[in-house]
Design a protein around this ligand. Structure first.
Ligand SMILES: [Zn+2]
Length: 202
């Protein structure tokens, strides 16, 4: 386990909402599931070049895997290492599925005007000049997606317990954001939508 330095920022992400934050190179970001079974969509941008973003597809290609383990590097769309996974008490995260948006709820569930991760990120990242069109695919922490032998996917209830976390070391200065996903129409978010915590340490 890594030795953390001083706590420099602590952000509570209200269930169903998103918050943005900055992480300096070499700092650690810890995303904690406070009550359990809550999916957090995580996205990140290189602070000095917003066109460079955390990229699940490039990470999968580099790892030749759809899952991550401690020691793995999460890559940007420029294939640069952006984060290293340094600790993970869950071991179940999703790098396959799109973030939810208003069309997800409307097209797949017939529900209008549902809160969604895309609108959450748009709101949280506005102060940084990052628009909806610039949002990359998310790294869905604590999301439990099962790949079946026939290639189909199952969206299952999360396996994270209260206090479970994933910790990443940042390998560049980034603007990050986490959305405590408001999905309450399938099992991924467990029994209820709840808060997440983000801590940034030297
Ligand atoms: Zn969502």
């Amino acid at each position: 386990m890594v030795k953390l330095g001083k706590l420099v920022d602590e952000i509570r992400i209200p269930g169903g909402h998103a918050r943005a934050f900055q992480i300096r190179k070499s700092q650690f970001v810890t995303i904690t599931d406070l009550e359990g079974e809550q999916v957090g969509d995580f996205i990140a941008f290189n602070k000095s070049n917003l066109d460079e973003k955390l990229s699940p597809t490039h990470t999968r290609t580099s790892l030749l895997s759809v899952s991550v383990s401690v020691g793995d590097l999460l890559r940007s769309n420029y294939r640069s290492p952006m984060f290293e996974v340094v600790d993970d008490t869950v071991g179940s995260h999703d790098m396959l599925l799109a973030m939810c948006d208003e069309w997800r709820y409307l097209v797949d569930y017939g529900v209008k005007e549902h809160r969604n991760c895309m609108a959450n990120f748009e709101e949280a990242l506005k102060p940084y000049g990052i628009a909806r069109q610039a949002l990359p695919d998310p790294f869905n922490v604590f999301q439990h997606t099962k790949i079946c032998s026939d290639g189909s996917l199952q969206q299952l209830r999360g396996v994270s317990k209260p206090g479970d976390y994933i910790r990443l070391r940042s390998l560049m200065d980034v603007i990050g954001a986490v959305s405590a996903c408001p999905m309450d129409l399938n099992p991924i978010g467990g029994a209820k939508i709840s808060d997440l915590s983000v801590k940034i340490n030297d």
